[in-house]
Design a protein around this ligand. Structure first.
Ligand SMILES: NC(=O)c1ccc[n+]([C@@H]2O[C@H](COP(=O)([O-])OP(=O)(O)OC[C@H]3O[C@@H](n4cnc5c(N)ncnc54)[C@H](O)[C@@H]3O)[C@@H](O)[C@H]2O)c1
Length: 339
């Protein structure tokens, strides 16, 4: 069991890459743990939860909301959870976001850790301490930044992950490549998700490489004053589409990255849109999408990257080099209309 500790501004996260959930008892006192998972994961991995206190959520983004938070808190009270209790989120990004949010607010904050079970959560959602919920169509509009105590990678959970969820995970991997790692982009161009689907060692390396890209960015800029903004490539439009059109997170940001590449072309002379689009499609992700521009802009303008009348939009100068461009809202509205 190899531990790597990452220090953040006020706390640290212990990382256990390519490990097994059976080692959890060596990391935490499982007697004082409450597990949070969703119905699909619980059914697929019943044995993991034997003899544990478990809170089982309805699966899906539609349940990443205040109602679920209230229900979790009621169950924590029923378990007589106290400040020494540790919450362990075993699941995809919905479970990890909501577990971190509840743990950060229950009794003014208790410890928490994650065992991510989707590719997307392994490479992105579980990392970095952003934990939040949606209010209606407004994604992650309520939340906190607080780091988990540990993140344990157990790849055996990927064995039950549906194929479409693999596609979704690749959206965040392609995002990392676009903003930070041109060499990884080249590698991704040479393969498809089927290659990784069948190659455990290569997938493990890809997961660790991506987790470390995110970790490095977050360590440098935990509270998103500069570089961390880049991780939102594809997310401004993506988030505005996600709940309005009931897209998965991966699909929504894939569409967001497609249009952000076109906007990069318009504003920065970016020349590799075709390569971005082709790679997204190679990994089973949607690219061009018909949407109601006015309705979507109405939600988009509430994005957390807006500062008064300007939006910090993430664009590409070239593959591997993301940049933050401040776009006045009235100009952005025209750009969105013209897409
Ligand atoms: N906090 C962050 O920094 C951050 C970053 C990226 C994304 N996110 C959030 O992550 C969420 C998306 O995460 P996601 O794509 O993991 O979605 P998800 O958590 O909804 O999981 C996708 C589906 O896969 C099922 N599932 C999960 N693991 C499984 C397994 N091993 N076997 C079988 N089924 C399994 C789930 O039940 C669900 O139906 C969004 O809410 C997004 O906003 C957060």
């Amino acid at each position: 069991m190899g531990k790597q500790t990452y220090q953040f501004s006020t706390s640290a996260t212990d990382f256990y890459f390519a490990d097994s959930i059976t080692h959890l008892k060596e990391i935490i006192d499982v007697k004082h743990a409450v597990f949070i998972t969703d119905e699909n994961i619980f059914k697929a991995h019943l044995k993991r939860f034997k003899n544990s206190k478990v809170i089982i959520l309805k699966p899906g983004e539609a349940h990443k909301n205040q109602e679920t938070v209230n229900s979790i808190i009621q169950q924590l009270i029923a378990f007589e959870a106290d400040r020494k209790t540790i919450l362990v989120g075993v699941g995809g990004g919905v479970v990890t976001d909501i577990t971190g949010y509840v743990a950060s607010t229950y009794m003014r904050g208790i410890k928490f850790g994650f065992v991510p079970t989707t590719l997307l959560a392994l490479v992105d959602a579980s990392i970095g301490g952003k934990n939040g919920i949606d209010i209606g169509v407004y994604k992650n509009i309520v939340g906190v930044t607080k780091q988990p105590s540990f993140i344990l990678h157990d790849f055996s959970s990927l064995g039950t992950l549906p194929e479409t969820e693999w596609h979704n995970g690749f959206a965040e991997i392609i995002k990392h490549a676009c903003i930070k790692d041109a060499a990884m982009f080249k590698e991704l161009q040479q393969h498809s998700f089927k290659y990784y689907f069948s190659k455990k060692k290569e997938t493990a390396l890809l997961i660790e490489r991506n987790a470390k890209i995110k970790l490095k960015v977050v360590q440098k800029d935990e509270f998103e004053q500069a570089d961390r903004k880049l991780l939102n490539f594809g997310h401004t439009l993506g988030h505005a589409l996600e709940n309005q059109y009931e897209l998965s997170h991966g699909q929504a940001i894939s569409i967001g990255m497609t249009y952000a590449s076109h906007i990069s072309e318009q504003l920065l002379g970016f020349k590799q849109t075709e390569a971005v689009v082709k790679t997204l499609e190679q990994y089973g992700l949607p690219t061009y999408f018909k949407f109601d521009k006015a309705k979507v802009f109405d939600v988009l303008k509430m994005d957390k990257k807006r500062e008064r009348k300007e939006m910090n939009y993430i664009l590409l100068e070239k593959i591997g080099k993301g940049v933050v461009k401040q776009i006045p809202l009235n100009q952005l509205e025209k750009i969105i209309q013209s897409l």
